[in-house]
Structures are given as structure tokens and as C-alpha cells.
Design a protein around this ligand. Structure first.
Ligand SMILES: [Zn+2]
Length: 311
């Protein structure tokens, strides 16, 4: 059942089937048109009087100033394109003490100044954080800019990141290569300085879930110490052991920031180092005894563990 009303004039009094199908809280479907490319254009109007509440003082306004159209992008619906056009109203705030003269309508479903529906932002954040999808791929799928997806992801993880760290007994520290370094020229000195390091340092719960606790830019002892010192003293006191690769930077950071913890070389790097030594010895022995590089047929290289030597 669909009540025909002229766009913007009045609020739709009952929820139409089309509005129920769209299911965007506070918005009612006025009509659905087709665009030149076979897509659907859904014209919606406000169906929630709280949208006319002044964002500064909260008082509902009845003084209509004008109308405006916005085109918030929504989640995909069907295989053909669907675009929304919200015919919203602009109101005057008549409260004497309120600093705001006028405002346009906004709803929880489409926040003020947002060019996406709230549910699209939620879905974008979920796609990256929970489904492990790639930012650029999601941006193309949902038809939004890369920066929108990134912002939605950041908003999605803001809550969990703000939560206190879980207690950790064995802290793992290791480096991650994130991409190319980025340099920028200092306007005063004209010297090029590093603004985005190609290396990040990851902190994990090595004996518990193995989950990532934090990732900070850089792999220097200063960057590592800064993060460790920023954590509560009670949390740091709970750490009994720290596993790292064999880098001097991390060893120094642990000695400075976690002086009571036992430093342990993590098993991956220890095995990697042992494998490298075995490879070096094999290569040296073959050169000494055969005067050439090793071959698969040489007994020293026939052992099945050889393949792991370089990883
Ligand atoms: Zn106001």
C-alpha cells in the first residue's frame, strides 16, 4: 500500500510497502524512477519528526526555510544500481538563545554531513575488520572512495582498540614490512624526512591467543620503548617473558622498558638461524672437498631438511 504524497510537502503518514522494503529508519519512499542506465532512483522523504530537531539546542522547529536534495549512497540492493535521493527540509531555529540560525534534517540512518547511510558505513567497516576483505576491493564493490572504506574500518575498530589490553605473560615483538617508505620535505630545512616507515613493529600475546595487541610505526628501540611505556605499569608488570627476533633494537627496548622480563629468542628465528648455519657449513664443506658448488646428488645436500635452509 502506497500513499501518494508530493515530495517534501508533508510527511507520509503510514509506512508504505516500498518504505518497508527499503527499511531506512525515518525515511519514506515517495516514488521510484528509472535512470538512463537501467538503474533505479528512489526518492525518499523524511518520515520522522525528530529530524527537525535543531542539532544545537534540540528544539523541534516548525519554521520551514527551504528544501534541499542529498544523495546518500546506500548498501547494494539487487543486481541493478539503486540510487537514493533524499528530499530533505531546511529549518530555522527560532530559539532566542540558540546560536544556530538554520539547519537541514538529519537522522540516525543518515548522519549529518554524511554522504553514506549509516548502514553502509557499518557494512564497510565489517567487511574489512571481520571478513578480511581488501579496502580497494570493497571500495570498488560498494562504489565509494578508498578513504571512505578506511574511515569506516577505523570507526569499526575504535571501540575494541580503546578497550584495556588483556593481561599478557609472554609478549611477542616482531617487525612487519608494510610497504614503501614515504618522505616529505621539511619546509624550513628543505631536507627530506621520513614520514611513513616501511617497517612496523607488532606486539602479540605469544603464549595466549597469539592475537595482535598493537602495531606501531618503525622498528627502532625508541618506537618500541614509546609504546611499552605508554601502557599501564600494572600491565607491564604482568609480563614475565618477551620473545623477539634477534635484533639488538628490540633487545635494548626490552631491557629499558621491561627490565624484569626474561628475553627469549623466538623459536622461528632460532630455527631460521640454525638452518642458516647448517647451510653455511654444507656450502663450505662442498667447496673444500669438491672445489665447486653443491649439487642435489651430493650426500651433504640429500638430507630432506635442506629445503628449509633458506626460509
Ligand atoms: Zn537551536
Amino acid at each position: 500500500m502506497f500513499q501518494r504524497t508530493h515530495v517534501c510537502d508533508v510527511q507520509i503518514e503510514s509506512v508504505s510497502d516500498a518504505s518497508r522494503l527499503l527499511d531506512l529508519g525515518g525515511l519514506a519512499v515517495d516514488r521510484v524512477a528509472s535512470d538512463a542506465f537501467g538503474g533505479r532512483v528512489v526518492h525518499v522523504v523524511t518520515a520522522d519528526e525528530t529530524a527537525s530537531a535543531c542539532p544545537s539546542c534540540g528544539v523541534l522547529s516548525v519554521s520551514l526555510k527551504g528544501r534541499a536534495c542529498t544523495r546518500p549512497r546506500d548498501i547494494p540492493y539487487g543486481t541493478r544500481g539503486l540510487r537514493l535521493i533524499w528530499h530533505k527540509r531546511r529549518w530555522r531555529c527560532r530559539e532566542r538563545l540558540c546560536p544556530r540560525a538554520s539547519f537541514t534534517e538529519s537522522l540516525p540512518a543518515v548522519r549529518r554531513r554524511s554522504r553514506q547511510t549509516t548502514r553502509l558505513r557499518t557494512e564497510l567497516g565489517y567487511a574489512i575488520a571481520e571478513q578480511g576483505r581488501i579496502v580497494s576491493e570493497s571500495a570498488a564493490h560498494y562504489g565509494v572512495d578508498w578513504s571512505i572504506v578506511h574511515a569506516a574500518f577505523a570507526a569499526h575498530v575504535a571501540g575494541p582498540l580503546a578497550a584495556p589490553l588483556p593481561p599478557v605473560k609472554v609478549l611477542g615483538i616482531d617487525e612487519t614490512r608494510r610497504g614503501r617508505p614515504v618522505f616529505a620535505q621539511d619546509p624550513d630545512t628543505k631536507r627530506w624526512v621520513l614520514v611513513a616507515d616501511r617497517w612496523h613493529t607488532g606486539f602479540v600475546d605469544a603464549a595466549g591467543t597469539g592475537g595482535l595487541l598493537a602495531q606501531v610505526e618503525g622498528r627502532t628501540s625508541a618506537a618500541t620503548i614509546a609504546w611499552l611505556n605508554a601502557q599501564p605499569a600494572s600491565w607491564r608488570a604482568g609480563i614475565t617473558h618477551v620473545t623477539t627476533d634477534l635484533s639488538a633494537s628490540y633487545a635494548k627496548a626490552v631491557r629499558v622498558a621491561l627490565p624484569d622480563a626474561v628475553l627469549v629468542a623466538d623459536r622461528f628465528h632460532l630455527v631460521q638461524l640454525a638452518n642458516k648455519m647448517v647451510t653455511d657449513v654444507r656450502q663450505r664443506v662442498i667447496r673444500q672437498t669438491q672445489g665447486r658448488r653443491g649439487r642435489k646428488s651430493d650426500p651433504a645436500w640429500a638430507w630432506p631438511g635442506r629445503r628449509g635452509a633458506d626460509c
